[in-house]
Design a protein around this ligand. Structure first.
Ligand code: PEP
Ligand code: MN
Length: 442
């Protein structure tokens, strides 16, 4: 039996690539283990206390970013637009609901994807499935699709430079609340944009009032921004997990927060085993087939000390199922001695494919699942603590609907995701206004 951080190696594991050269993969992993960690234990601990507040209903988590980050899209402009969008959404939520918002990107490490099949066939050709840039490349050729362990190191470098950009933005004056207007971009004529401008003017007035009253705005100049990704690829997660010398505790320092996906959350599987042994705040995705018993066993295994902030359940039920699937889980948690943080992912249960072959989601379904989430919590008397979404700061056309009325035929104009469809900048703001309204009524 392997102990501690390597006990997962004894367990059944899913969703790992078949590296053609196992020695090369081990070598890359060993190289990663010698590189500096990407985040610090103190930041991770601070996030845990923030999430504990959200679990108690005193804060709200906003987690958003790409389905799959790619190496080529880790550009200054794209990272900046995504961070701006998250900051804008956070301001809408904070101001609209008078509640602290914890900002977290699906960023700086969201490179590995679970797939329903190991292979993909097009016409007569079968090749390994695309598992994210950390494993192989999207292009449909033998060379591109062959898993390449050098990508583990490229993922680390890309995560590192993304993190540097995020830090520069959020600590260097850009996130100053007096800049709320400058975060806005995109089409001025859009109703969601106009609504944002109106709100930004109100915030300006409130800030001027506070300054006139002598308030100190040092605190407003920067904002905490945390990173997260799915803990999927063990050749990346394990070497970036380190023992903190001051506490002797293991932290996964590839990001502040990691979650276990819907496909890898088996109670006896390798991913749950590994994450049970790290000190980070962690998440688990829960789909519509989750039973109360599954959930309680996950609590026992992952949060044995019943520590608020340690465990987040990210539910992704689908708009048509959430109203019947979520309440029994909330009831079971409420009558247990645990206080998990409940977050809605209104994206992953609402996928569909259009007649013209695009993987998409309807904005109305996303909205409906969010509403169902708040309804379920109101019904049971638990706290709706956050939202997890796939978004981009750009004006892509990947999800249907919203105030721009994106239709099936429009999807092809700017569909850029290699994986799941993301809300564009406007749809993200629109959703934030809706969530703020729900939070006010909570
Ligand atoms: C994801 O978050 O991109 C994802 C694959 O989600 P899930 O595990 O919920 O299907
Ligand atoms: Mn996805």
């Amino acid at each position: 039996m392997l102990a501690g951080l390597d006990s997962w190696r004894d367990k059944a594991i899913k969703q790992q690539p078949n590296w053609p050269n196992a020695a090369a993969a081990s070598k890359a992993s060993a190289q990663l283990s010698a590189l500096p960690p990407l985040v610090s234990p103190s930041e991770v601990n601070r996030l845990r206390t923030r999430l504990a507040a959200a679990a108690r209903g005193e804060a709200f988590l906003l987690q958003g970013g790409d389905c799959a980050e790619t190496f080529v899209d880790a550009t200054a402009e794209k990272i900046r637009n995504r961070v701006k969008t998250v900051l804008q959404m956070a301001v809408i939520l904070t101001y609209g609901a008078s509640m602290p918002v914890i900002k977290m990107g699906r960023m700086a490490g969201q490179f590995a994807k679970p797939r329903s099949s190991d292979t993909e066939t097009r016409n007569d050709v079968t090749l390994p499935a695309y598992r994210g840039d950390i494993v192989n490349s999207f292009e449909f050729t033998e060379e591109a699709r062959t898993p390449d362990p050098k990508r583990l190191l490229e993922a680390y470098q890309t995560a590192s430079s993304t993190l540097t950009m995020i830090q520069a933005f959020t600590q260097g004056g850009f996130a100053d609340l007096r800049q709320v207007h400058t975060w806005n971009h995109g089409f001025r004529s859009n109703p969601a944009n106009q609504r944002y401008e109106q709100l930004a003017r109100e915030i300006d007035r409130a800030i001027k009032f506070m300054i006139a009253c002598g308030a100190d705005f040092e605190e407003m100049k920067r904002t905490e921004f945390y990173t997260s990704h799915e803990a999927l690829l063990m050749d990346y997660e394990r070497p970036l997990t380190r023992i903190d010398p001051s506490s002797g505790t293991a932290f996964n320092l590839s990001s502040h927060f990691q979650w276990i996906g819907e496909r890898t959350r088996d109670i006896d599987g390798a991913h749950v085993e590994f994450m049970a042994n790290v000190r980070n705040p962690i998440g688990v995705k829960l789909g519509p087939t989750t039973t109360a018993d599954d959930m309680l066993r996950l609590i026992d295994r992952l949060d044995p000390d019943r520590e608020p902030g340690r465990l987040t359940f990210i539910t992704r039920m689908g708009a048509s199922r959430i109203r019947e699937a979520l309440p029994p889980l909330l009831e079971a948690a409420k009558t247990s001695d645990a206080l998990p943080l409940w977050v809605t992912d209104p994206m992953h249960g609402n996928g569909m494919t259009t007649k013209n072959g695009y993987k998409t989601r309807r904005f109305d379904d996303v909205v409906d699942e969010v509403k169902g989430f708040f309804e379920a919590h109101r019904q049971v008397g638990t706290f709706p603590g956050g939202i997890h979404i796939e978004l981009t700061g750009d004006d892509v056309t990947e999800c249907l609907g919203g105030t721009e009325h994106i239709e099936e035929a429009t999807l092809e104009t700017r569909y850029e995701s290699l994986c799941d469809p993301r809300l564009n900048h406007m749809q993200s703001l629109e959703l934030a206004f809706l969530v703020a309204a729900e939070l006010r009524e909570r």
